[in-house]
Structures are given as C-alpha cells and as structure tokens.
Design a protein around this ligand. Structure first.
Ligand code: 6PG
Length: 240
C-alpha cells in the first residue's frame, strides 16, 4: 500500500525529502553499514539535493557510507547540461564529503547498450547476488506518467529479465538507459517526488485510476516487499 504525504510548497516538499533521505540513510547504515541510493533525474529533485548538500545535513548523513547510483540516464557525457549525473553532481556531489569510489554513474558517453550492460554489472558487483535491493530509489514522474526512463508505449515497462536496459524512446527520439521494474520493485524503499499543478491530473490517474502501466508507467512501481511513498506538494495533489 502506498503512503502519500502532501506538503504545502515545493520547498517544504524538498526539505521533507531531504529528511526522508537522511532518516533512511541512518537506518540502513545502522543495519548493514552502508546506504545504497539511486537518484532521480529531472528538475524536481534538484532542490532536495541542494538541501542535502548543506552543512546542516552533513551532520545527518554519513556520506562515507553512502553509495550513489542513478535510476536512469539521458545518455549524454557527464559534463552535458542534460545529464542526470551532472544535475546531482552540481547540486550535491561536488560539495559533500563522498568518495569518488562511492559514486556509480551510468556511462552516458558510451553506446547505450554497452552502458546498460556495464551498469547491470556494476550493480551485481555491488550487491550480494541474492539481494539486489536498493535501500532507496528516488523517482520522479513526468506529466505523461513516465518514471525513470520507463515511457508510455515502450517495452521497457514490462521488461522482467534485465535489471538495467537501454532503449530508444520514439517520443524523445533519444536513447535512454533505465532501471527496469524488476530492479525498482526489489528496493526496500521507493519514493516518488512530484511537484506542480501540471502533474495533478496525471497523478490522480496514476494513484486512483485503472491499472494500465503501458499508458501510465509509474503504476508499474509496486515494490514486492519494500515501502512505496509519494512525497508531493499541494499543487500536484490538486485533484486527489
Ligand atoms: C529524467 C527522469 C524522469 C523525471 C521525470 C520528471 O531523466 O527525466 O529520470 O523520470 O524524473 O521526467 O521530471 P521533472 O522532475 O523535471 O518534472
């Protein structure tokens, strides 16, 4: 069952998400000495990353024990302005005391299929093969109902063998590398961050409408044993 938490403004949503990240990191590090987190791309999480990069959060997150991954990549070089890696690097990673060895980026500059295969290997190597389960996967939701790079009408939504895949997204006329539902739904915690009135109608369809993941890929996110949370602001909650 999903937990939905609504906050008055985007800033309060961002701070709540930073507190959620910090709390889960403390729990994971206490339980198994590290915190594995897959970051979301897009614009919504930037404010959360910036808050996590402040001195206040240096006391709350033991960055030496944090391993950062990405749930998807737009297949640009790490310096490119549209790179999901660069978004997190500029907002957070460049200013926090995290080892470069703990930053596991998708090779956006590589051939998509090679990048996907390499990333699946990185993930298998990191996790004990029997428990490939992220402590936290952060996700956004597009106004078309996509999440990560699982887009409407794509086969990626029903991929159940691979954990990471590359696919050409017709709608974007671009390649993407993305976690598959299999990997997302194995996580201990999956948390969506959704902000803004432009998402409100789609969010209602996703949360209370009929189950149709080919049309609304965010619906495919149903962690088998983990916790699913939606942290949203009041603008996005307008039609709930
Ligand atoms: C991406 C993201 C994508 C994003 C949504 C929401 O690469 O774009 O992974 O899934 O989370 O498109 O994006 P906004 O936060 O910019 O609305």
């Amino acid at each position: 069952m999903a937990i939905i938490q609504t906050y008055p403004t985007p800033d309060e949503l961002a701070r709540a998400a930073a507190d959620h990240f910090a709390a889960l990191s403390q729990e994971a590090i206490a339980n198994h000495s590290h915190f594995s987190v897959a970051l979301a791309g897009g614009s919504t999480p930037r404010a959360t990353y910036e808050i996590l990069a402040t001195i206040e959060y240096a006391q709350k997150v033991n960055w030496e024990r944090v391993h950062v991954f990405w749930g998807d990549e737009r297949m640009f070089s790490p310096e490119h302005e549209d790179s999901n890696y660069r978004l997190a690097a500029d907002a957070m990673l460049k200013v926090i005391p995290i080892s470069k060895d703990n930053i596991h980026r998708i090779l956006g500059e590589a051939k998509p299929q090679d990048a996907a295969r390499a990333y699946e290997g990185t993930i298998r190597e990191f996790f004990n093969p029997h428990t490939t389960s992220f402590d936290l996967i952060l996700l956004g939701m597009g106004d078309d109902g996509h999440t990560a790079s699982l887009f409407p009408g794509t086969m990626a939504v029903h991929e159940d063998t691979l954990q990471v895949m590359a696919h050409f997204v017709e709608k974007l006329a671009a390649w993407r590398v993305t976690f598959t539902p299999r990997l997302i739904n194995a996580a201990k915690n999956v948390t969506f961050l959704v902000s803004g009135e432009r998402k409100a109608r789609r969010l209602r369809q996703v949360l209370v409408g009929p189950y149709q993941p080919e049309v609304l890929p965010a619906q495919i996110v149903r962690p088998s044993r983990g916790h699913l949370r939606w942290l949203i602001d009041e603008a996005a909650a307008l039609h709930l």
